[in-house]
Design a protein around this ligand. Structure first.
Ligand code: PLP
Length: 436
């Protein structure tokens, strides 16, 4: 198919809810390591990785060699049969969860299913049903996951699931209480207790939160936040679920899981995306007592599929062997430095935030009013396309650039990315100078 035929077929044969970045969709035809090529053969430096998913580079040779071998050995049997790839991956994950305490895994094919499983497990374990989620969160696209999600634009179809209430998130740049950290006493975390006492029965099944809110615009809470929340949640009988669909596997630098940056050991961790480096996989890993409470039987046809499990294990081995958690910390710090330099140059940049190789840049019309620069963010996205770098867009107001390159990215790639992003900003500032 030609590029135009692909775009036309997308319009004609896919749900229109399948949206694309850019005024004209970018048709990608192939990819290798940190690069993708479009249908016209143009090369782009990919600092988004298919939404924080390509963790160790596109079509990674080491991962793919193992996948090719597995493809010719055993491709699918379903969860009603035992096989080595799933057992080996579950064993490996049990050995790297916080304090080694989450040792039982359930595999599915997406982050949405991972979160569904976590909520069912929390309800079975506690005998309660009510869940606390966070505003600005994103947890997936099933009816329950859309109810957990707190962005109007990602909640389709009326959001019919009862039993979910939303706490204010720790969005320090736009504090929901109008306070300033650290003088605020982390009011947003303390407020979870008031929320439980006033909007639930007082006996909750659990709390679900992202260590860094991904779709929400890489919103990064202060260090004490999750510790305070975990204590409150447990006081009211709930389990703590860390949604690490974006933040796991070294993404935040140094640690395997984002929640470890906050010193909290969750009861359940969910993940997906980067574990498969592009191969569909979902993971719910829990403390044994939580997993054991899910009595009865359940099936996931593709869960722990030999191919997906092989991809997951290959990715974890690669991250370990190449020391990529450390690379994410070091190159991430270097990247953040570069982005802060851009903030000094371009007044559109209100805040640079995030950890490791998960950085957000929030754009504002002026730094005092912090009016979201939504239109300008769209223009920056178009300009970055012209300059052949890929990055993501997010945030409730659509004004946050999301940067999440592969964990094996180098400082040279960062230099090139920063140079091209700088040019993109310069182009937009010239084209549409904003008042400040
Ligand atoms: C934090 C988080 N949780 C859950 C999901 C849902 O994952 P999936 O799209 O694989 O269903 C996403 C997807 O972006 C996510 O970012």
């Amino acid at each position: 198919m030609t590029k135009d035929e692909i775009i036309l077929a997308n319009r004609e044969f896919l749900f229109p809810a399948v949206f694309h970045y850019y005024k004209t969709p970018l048709v990608i035809s192939r990819a290798k390591d940190q690069y993708v090529w479009d249908a016209d053969g143009a090369q782009y430096l990919d600092f988004f990785g298919g939404i924080v998913t390509v963790s160790v580079g596109h079509c990674n040779d080491t991962i793919n060699a193992k996948l090719h071998k597995q493809m010719d050995t055993l491709q699918h049997v379903s969860t009603v049969f035992a096989h080595e790839p799933q057992a080996a991956l579950a064993k490996q994950i049990a050995g790297i969860t916080p304090e080694g305490k989450l040792t039982k895994s359930f595999f599915t094919s997406s982050g949405t299913e991972a979160n569904e499983t976590a909520i069912v497990a929390a309800r079975c374990y506690t005998g309660s049903s009510e869940i606390i989620a966070l505003r600005h969160s994103y947890h997936g696209r099933s009816a329950l996951a859309m109810t957990l999600t707190a962005h109007a634009s990602w909640r389709l179809g009326g959001v019919p699931q009862p039993g979910v209430v939303h706490a204010h998130n720790a969005y320090c740049y736009r504090c929901p209480f109008g306070l300033t950290y650290p003088d605020c006493g982390v009011k947003c975390a303390q407020d979870v207790e008031e929320l439980i006492r006033t909007t639930t029965s007082g006996r909750i099944a659990g709390f679900i939160g992202e260590p860094i809110q991904g779709v929400g615009g890489f919103i990064t809470p202060p260090k004490e936040y999750f510790g305070i929340v975990a204590d409150i949640v447990r006081k009211y009988g709930g389990v703590f679920i860390s949604d690490e669909v974006q933040t796991a596997w070294g993404r935040t630098g140094g640690k395997w899981f984002g929640i470890e940056q906050y010193g909290v050991v969750p009861d359940i961790i969910t993940s997906a995306k980067g574990l498969g480096n592009g191969f569909p996989i979902g993971l719910t890993v829990a403390k044994p007592e939580v997993a054991d409470a899910m009595k009865g039987a359940t099936i996931s046809t593709f869960g722990g599929n030999p191919m997906a499990a092989t991809a997951g294990k290959a990715v974890l081995d690669f991250i370990e062997e190449k020391n990529l958690r450390v690379n994410a910390a070091e190159v991430g710090a270097y990247l953040k430095g570069k982005m802060l330099e851009l903030q000094d140059k371009h007044s559109l940049i209100g805040e640079v935030r995030g950890m490791g190789l998960m950085l957000g840049i929030e754009l504002v019309q002026d730094r005092k009013s912090k009016t979201p620069a939504t239109a300008e963010t769209g223009m920056i996205m178009e300009a970055t396309r012209e300059h052949r770098i890929l990055l993501g867009k997010g945030g409730l107001y659509g004004n946050v650039l999301r940067i999440s390159p592969p964990l094996n990215i180098s400082k040279t790639d960062v230099d090139e990315f920063a140079r091209l992003l700088d040019r993109s900003f310069a182009q937009v500032q010239v084209a549409a100078p904003v008042s400040r």
